[in-house]
Design a protein around this ligand. Sequence first.
Ligand SMILES: [Zn+2]
Length: 117
Amino acid sequence: MPKDEDQAERLARLAREAHERAEALDLAADGSEASDAHHHPAEAATDAEARERQLQAQLRLKEEEERLLRLAEAAERGEYGICVDCGGAIPAARLEIVPDAERCVSCQEAASGGRRR
Ligand SMILES: [Zn+2]
């Protein structure tokens, strides 16, 4: 991706992609409900687990989308890449890998109890 791509646009695009992935999961779930005609207790358990995983994935995508939208707004104000905890600059290399990083590495580690998310 081009280095000079406008950060706000990049973040808005990533937010849209997260939204679309969440919607795609919805569609997949609707499709599987059509096959409920052949019901089997073992399948039902698997279905429930699959549904649970799907909900978790959608929740994560929704959080990701919201974070990216917040960051897109911050980028428009010229505040993207600033750690929400210490106010320090988040290294560009980190933002390249984790576009939705809200904290610098040390604050992120402190926030997640030493684990990276
Ligand atoms: Zn920080």
